[in-house]
Design a protein around this ligand. Structure first.
Ligand code: MN
Length: 241
C-alpha cells in the first residue's frame, strides 16, 4: 500500500469508540531518514499471524506474516501486504474486542530501528523489492521483502510478498518464534495479556508455545480452572485403579 495512503483504509476498518487501537490522529514524530522504526506484533485474531510494520513517510507500512519471521535464509515466509497503520500503533499491545476488525490479542513481539538499503523505501516497495537491516531485540541483520509474481503484479492487486533472511552472522536455523514467545514491551505471553486485559484467554493461549504455557502453569498453578465436580474426579481416579 502506498505510504501516502493517509490511513483512510485503516480508519475505515475500525470503530475507535469500541477498539483501544490508536486512530492515528496524534502528530507524528520526525525521525532521521537513516534510523526508522520497525515493530513486529504477534496477533492472535481469527488466525495467528505476525504483523511486520516498517516506518515510512509518517506511517507504518504493514505486512501480515502468517508463520512469522524465520532466521533461516532457506525459508521464505509469505507476507501479505495490508493497510498502512499509524506510527503510534507500534506501541499497541492489548485486546481488540471480539467482533471488531482484527478482534483478538496483540503483543509487541519485537521492535527497534531498521535501516533500508536504498534510501527511498516508497520506491523500493513500488518496485517490489525492499532490503533492510533490523536492529530489534530478537530480529537482527539483513532481510528482504520481495513481491511475488511479475513486476506488474501490484497493478493487478497482488498483495503477496515473501520475507526472507539474508545470509549473515545473524542467520540461524533456530525457531525464533518458538524460542522467544514473549512481549518485548511487557515480557508477557499472549495468554497473560488476555488474562490481564480481559481478552479471550483460551484463544490467546493457542498462540503461545506449549512449553511456555507449561512453565507458566508450573509457577502459577491457580491459573488452571478448578475442577467443580468432585464426584467425577473421585470416580475417574477410582476407575483408573
Ligand atoms: Mn494483524
Amino acid at each position: 500500500m502506498a505510504a501516502d495512503d493517509n490511513l483512510q483504509v485503516y480508519r475505515k476498518k475500525r470503530r475507535f469508540s469500541v477498539t483501544p487501537e490508536p486512530s492515528g490522529k496524534r502528530p507524528r514524530q520526525r525521525r532521521t531518514a537513516k534510523r526508522l522504526l520497525f515493530v513486529v506484533q504477534k496477533h492472535r485474531a481469527s488466525h495467528l499471524h505476525y504483523d511486520l510494520r516498517l516506518e515510512w513517510n509518517g506511517v507504518l507500512l504493514s505486512w501480515a506474516v502468517p508463520k512469522g519471521p524465520s532466521l533461516d535464509p532457506s525459508v521464505k515466509r509469505l507476507a501479505m501486504a495490508v493497510e498502512d497503520h499509524p506510527i503510534e500503533y507500534a506501541d499497541f499491545e492489548g485486546i481488540i474486542p471480539a467482533g471488531e476488525y482484527g478482534g483478538g490479542t496483540v503483543m509487541v513481539w519485537d521492535r527497534g530501528a531498521y535501516v533500508p538499503e536504498a534510501p527511498d523505501v516508497g520506491n523500493s516497495v513500488e518496485k517490489g523489492e525492499l532490503k533492510f537491516t533490523l536492529h530489534g531485540k530478537k530480529l537482527k541483520g539483513s532481510w528482504v521483502l520481495v513481491r511475488t509474481g511479475s513486476r506488474y503484479a501490484a497493478d493487478r492487486g497482488n498483495r503477496s510478498w515473501l520475507l526472507i533472511k539474508h545470509r549473515d552472522p545473524e542467520a540461524s536455523t533456530g525457531d525464533i518464534t518458538a524460542e522467544e514467545p514473549r512481549s518485548v514491551k511487557s515480557r508477557r505471553l499472549l495468554v497473560e495479556i488476555a488474562l490481564d486485559e480481559g481478552g479471550d484467554v483460551l484463544k490467546a493461549a493457542e498462540g503461545d508455545p506449549a512449553e511456555a504455557l507449561r512453565a507458566l502453569l508450573d509457577r502459577n498453578p491457580k491459573l488452571v480452572p478448578r475442577r467443580r465436580n468432585r464426584k467425577a474426579a473421585v470416580w475417574s481416579s477410582k476407575g483408573a485403579t
